[in-house]
Design a protein around this ligand. Structure first.
Ligand code: PLP
Length: 414
């Protein structure tokens, strides 16, 4: 007979994690943010150009990311759009990216009249599979957006090699990867342009904000103009040379973001330690595939996902996740509901008032109903999302692993 501790909490047993053992979120803003906001108000303007708080943000950013050209902007989505503008994405140009990501990765491609082309992912990394990326290159391909999903860096060696070989611009979407390092190098400094988000849910944030940055002397000087209506603040010229959106960051955002970056190292270090610990504890549980981080890489774990081998269990993924939640674990069934190409906006090509001028004019034949990335689809059907936060502890990660071990053992088909 099963003891009370072996019966699933779902079925009336005792949860592995009791309420008082669940770590409480730590306060994210403190005296340094308040002080920064106060001194920000000493200036007679809140405009970004030359404001001390924006300068402080850029300087602090450069301590983590040694990049020459840095444009603070209104969001991560804006950062990526600015990068695509600077890269010169034009009607019909194809941009290869991941189908398991935030809409912010692809919005800019569509507004530039480019065509998002989705490539499949690695089974255990959930990042772009370089071989599939290369297979989807056509004469129209102009760029790759590498998304470092969950804070796990992409295979930048392979992607860099492909970009070089085919003359493509390599943009890094680092929205989920503050503090992440690939082979020791901070992400966003490896490809041609790096894009970061400071929205409320990221490792560091200021409500909403973003940064786009590069060392590239061709794209670099364009970043400021493409985030600011085409105006060149360095010369003061309002005589614009190219159409550009207005994605400026304001001084209050910068004041918070600048000091938030001081917290980055501690946040990413703790998350890296706890995330690695959790993944290692899950390694070897029958039917469970923890996320794979390359040995030489540093993931800052925005979160992690494990995959459940569905043919080995008596329940589906959603019930598996629900059983984990009953054990007191914050576990979600999957990440986004489907790969983004299955969203209505794509299947109905509902881009510009229900129309897609690009296809009407014959510049693309893309039909998102026909896109297939089997591994990405399988990942989203089998993934269980696990939280990794800087306020969690080693002890909690051991409890989390115990909960997963208990539920997996219970449902495993002998
Ligand atoms: C959050 C996020 C974005 C967009 O950032 P916003 O600041 O919300 O615009 C883009 N890509 C990825 C992978 C993200 O997680």
């Amino acid at each position: 007979m099963l003891t009370q501790n072996e019966v699933l909490a779902h079925e009336g047993g005792t949860p592995v994690i009791s309420t008082h053992q669940i770590p409480k979120p730590r306060k994210r803003w403190g005296g340094s943010e308040l002080e920064s906001l106060r001194s920000m108000l000493e200036e007679p303007t809140l405009f970004y150009w030359k404001h001390a708080s924006v300068k402080a943000l850029v300087e602090n950013f450069r301590m983590h990311y040694p990049l020459e050209y840095v444009m603070p902007c209104s969001s991560g989505t804006a950062a990526i759009h600015i990068a695509l503008c600077a890269a010169g994405i034009a009607p019909g140009d194809e941009v290869i990216t991941s189908p398991v990501t935030d809409m912010g990765t692809v919005i800019g491609i569509l507004y530039q009249q480019g065509v998002p082309v989705f490539a499949d992912l690695g089974r255990r990394t959930y990042n772009l599979n370089p071989r599939d990326v290369e297979a989807r290159i056509t004469p129209k391909t102009k760029a790759i957006i590498a998304v470092h999903l969950t804070g796990n860096p992409c295979d930048m060696e392979a992607l860099g090699h492909i970009a070089k070989k085919h003359g493509l611009i390599l943009i890094e979407d680092c929205a989920q990867a503050w503090g992440t390092r690939w082979r020791g190098r901070p992400v966003g400094t490896i490809g041609d342009i790096g894009c970061y988000s400071l929205n409320d849910f990221k490792h560091v944030g200021c409500g909403d904000g973003g940064i786009v940055a590069t060392n590239n002397t061709r794209y670099g000087p364009l970043l400021q103009r493409f985030g600011d209506k085409g105006y060149d603040r360095t010369t003061g010229s309002h005589s614009t040379e190219a159409l550009a959106p207005c994605y400026r960051m304001s001084a209050p955002q910068a004041a918070v973001a600048a000091v938030q970056l001081n917290r980055l190292e501690a946040i990413s270090k703790t998350r890296n330690h706890l995330g690695n610990l959790l993944c290692s504890l899950l390694d070897g549980i029958p039917g469970i595939l923890p996320q794979k981080i390359h040995q030489e890489d540093f993931s800052s774990y925005w979160f992690t996902m494990m995959r459940v081998e569905l043919n080995r269990f008596r329940v589906g993924r959603n019930d598996f996740a629900a059983a984990l939640r009953a054990e007191g674990l914050q576990a979600g069934a999957g990440y986004i509901p489907t790969p983004v190409y299955q969203y209505k906006v794509f299947t109905e090509a509902n881009f510009f008032g229900g129309r897609w001028p690009l296809r009407e004019s014959g510049l693309t034949t893309m039909d998102y109903n026909k896109v297939s990335c089997p591994e990405a689809e399988a990942i989203l059907k089998t993934a269980v999302r696990l939280e990794v936060k800087e306020w969690m502890t080693e002890e909690y990660m051991h409890l989390a692993a115990a909960a997963i071990r208990k539920v997996a053992a219970h449902y495993l088909i002998p």
